[in-house]
Design a protein around this ligand. Structure first.
Ligand code: NAD
Length: 424
């Protein structure tokens, strides 16, 4: 086991270790800006908070919460909040760092941040969930704000949780600060198109990658891991474009149907019973079988570290679209590259969510709201411009799309760092 020298020393096989090795791979492409690269290997600020609440049965429970601001050279911190029993500081550090890269890759005026609470929200009542959310918001209130750090939804958090966060922050500062979080309900300053934005971005980047590969989406076979906000929306959009969703996996298990799963039925059932609740529409198979199912496109849209070296060796996909953050470990990345499998990396593939979060934040400040068509047109344009620039960089330097995304993003971040200079 590696000795933990400081909080930035990665433990074995951790998402933070994955992120650090992704940064190492871009260093040869940074030129003189490489002298600043250490700034990307250290979060600017990490806050650990105790979240005590009184449970419905009268007992007192304590949960550990985090907010990490990885880098704010280009603007306020931006990034979601995750409620999950496996959340750790190191995971939140990696997620915040990927937000720094992502916001720079699509050229939004933000830095990167992320938060989380180590809690299983499925074991809490609605009242307990509200208490956890409000106490956590109050504890991190000393570092978040509409101009400093703006949280949003992530795994197991949603518009209701954002409404409680916005209300708690507003009560503490006095007034109504809609711009403190994004992903809010529509009537509280939320934006049209936000719920589907991440899945739409996966679709937009995937459609362009398929076009460049000469892969016809009509009849293309797609396997999706994670069927929540990101995975289910991406699946629906690909199905609308004529693709067949042949396998879906979530935390309850794996369902396959060679003819294509009926999403109109699967989506609502999965919300309450998980995908295994749709036994009538396909076969339930062991989870490991998901990884060598015959498919053209693989969409990991669950958690980090899912696409391991072994799974990368057996996938039949020609194209991997990273809906999740950090789903592919570095060894798997190398195997996929050797096998000629194209990977559209998380830091561009799932950037649709933060892009529409940016639109929401801008709309909140101007108190003028756009219609959904305008949002989707602007989202498509920003994602396509970013992807095309990254693709040109990859072609020019003969590097993977991931390293190209890091090259484009790190140049923007480190240039900002250099121009600002070090204080004092
Ligand atoms: P979600 O909570 O809506 O859905 C998560 C899905 O993953 C669920 O279907 C769950 O059953 C499944 N899952 C959990 N553990 C699993 C396991 N061990 N094996 C298989 N499936 C499992 O979350 P989401 O918002 O869809 O986020 C999914 C991923 O996308 C995360 O990596 C998140 O960081 C990333 N992401 C989300 C957004 C967003 O806007 N929501 C934006 C960018 C990236």
């Amino acid at each position: 086991m590696s000795e933990k020298l400081s909080f930035v020393t990665p433990t074995a096989n951790s998402p933070w270790g994955t992120y650090l090795s992704q940064v190492d791979r871009v260093v040869p492409h940074l030129g003189p800006l490489a002298r600043w690269v250490e700034t990307l290997k250290r979060p600017k600020r990490a806050l650990i908070v105790d979240v005590p609440i009184e449970m419905d049965d009268g007992t007192i429970a304590h949960f550990e919460g985090y907010r990490v601001q990885h880098n704010m050279s280009r603007g306020p911190g931006k990034g979601g909040v995750r409620f999950h029993p496996d959340v750790t500081l190191e995971e939140v550090m990696a997620l915040s760092a990927w937000m720094t890269i992502k916001t720079a890759a699509v050229n939004l005026p933000y830095g990167g941040a992320k938060g989380g609470i180590r809690v299983d929200p499925k074991k809490l009542s609605l009242q307990e969930l509200e208490k956890v959310t409000r106490r956590y918001t109050s504890e991190i209130g000393i570092i978040i704000g509409p101009h400093t750090d703006i949280p949003a939804p992530d795994v197991n958090t949603n518009a209701q949780i954002m409404a409680w966060m916005m209300d708690t922050y507003s009560m503490n500062v006095g007034g109504t600060a809609t711009g403190v979080v994004t992903g809010k309900p529509l009537h509280l300053g939320g934006s049209l198109g936000r719920v589907k934005a991440t899945g739409r971005g996966v679709f937009v980047t995937g459609r362009e990658a398929a076009r460049r590969l000469g892969l016809d989406l009509r009849g293309a076979r797609i396997a999706v891991q994670g069927f929540g906000n990101v995975g289910s929306v991406a699946a629906e959009l690909f199905a609308e474009a004529g693709a067949k969703i042949v396998a879906v996996q979530d935390h309850t298990g794996t369902i396959v149907n060679d003819k294509g799963l009926d999403l109109a039925k699967l989506v609502p059932i999965s919300r309450t019973d998980g995908v295994v609740g749709f036994k009538a529409g396909g076969d339930i198979v062991p989870n490991e079988d998901f990884w060598d199912i015959a498919c053209d496109i693989l969409i990991p849209a669950a958690l980090e570290g899912q696409l391991t070296a072994d799974r990368a060796k057996k996938t039949t996909a020609k194209l991997v679209l990273e809906g999740a953050n950090g789903p592919t470990v570095p060894q798997a990345d190398d195997i996929l590259a050797e096998r000629g499998v194209l990977v559209v990396p998380d830091v561009i593939c799932n950037a649709g969510g933060v892009t529409v979060s940016y639109f929401e934040w801008v709309q909140d400040f101007s108190s003028f709201f756009w219609d959904e068509d305008e949002i989707n047109v602007r989202l498509d344009r920003i994602m396509m411009n970013a992807l095309n620039q990254i693709w040109d960089t990859a072609d020019k330097h003969k590097i993977t799309l991931r390293t190209a995304t890091y090259a484009v993003a790190c140049e923007r971040i480190l240039m900002a760092r250099q121009e600002r200079g070090l204080y004092p």
